[in-house]
Ligand binder design. Sequence first.
Ligand code: ADP
Ligand code: MG
Length: 324
Amino acid sequence: MPKTKPPKPAGADASKADFACPADASRDLAPDLRKASERARLIIETLPYIREFSGQTVVIKYGGNAMIDETLKQSFARGVVLLKYVGVNPVIVHGGGPQIGRMLKALNIESHFRQGLRVTDDATMDVVEMVLVGKVNKEIVNLINLAGGRAVGLSGKDGMLIRAEKKELAVESADAPTEIIDLGMVGEVTSIETGVLKSLMGSGIIPVIAPVGVDDLGRTYNINADSVAGAVAGAMRAKRLHLLTDVPGVLDRDKRLIASMTSTKAFQAIESGVVAGGMIPKLQCALEAIMAGVEKVHIIDGRVENCVLLEMFTTCGIGTEITR
Ligand code: ADP
Ligand code: MG
């Protein structure tokens, strides 16, 4: 659902009128040239946005359908490369739940979920790491490189990028003592080694991160990709965090899209149960990212082609925007 974007910050708001084509001159052009002129006008209209985002870090959590559908995959990669060419520093964090599920099934390893999190024993952790780091990560790196960018894939172990610890899941209920659920090797981020990302970005490289963390003893953890994206965005002081998903955004109880939420509203949505399952870590990481200084977080529909570019470079906002 389109929403009106708030005014641009001072400095970024070079008025669109400054770039408008003199209508009289273009009216006399041949049809082909007029079409091309219109295209040129559309490009020039993105200048205020390019000025706003150039030199800034933008973290994108890539997952769901956008990672399966061939057309969406290609446009995603081209979009990321375009961002790089207009001076934005994109950082990609990817998921891979469905790919992990398929491999576990093929290997006859059973999976159980508690509160949307995959209970990860040692055998499952091996598969998670192999699929995310060995397969999914390299596929995305390949896609971006083929689209004309220079991407390098990393897991949390590379340069100790993602430090993690075991996640404790406490389940509270009114009539029983709080239960602590053992999720095995499911982890949460304790810190992000930003130096690794900065040196890659300084060399014009697009980092692509698999959500696998490591602790002080070298143990490997399976971490929700949204949480990693939020932690990376916060640690890198990113201007934006985009979380791509398979729904139009955050939906209210009547399944209507919530176009914009403050942090307080997002917190209430978690507490009141308006959001459930995989949407909980998205809002939680959005809150953490905003607390760490990220200006805005967008939960957007990855099924919409060029969704990140639409959100960043046009007046049409898509999905749910979360602000301070
Ligand atoms: P991914 O992380 O790949 O984007 P998830 O399945 O982890 O996908 O998270 C998105 C899912 O969260 C949606 O498909 C939907 O089923 C669920 N969800 C729960 N509550 C809401 C809500 N209020 N609005 C939108 N999605 C919700
Ligand atoms: Mg998820």
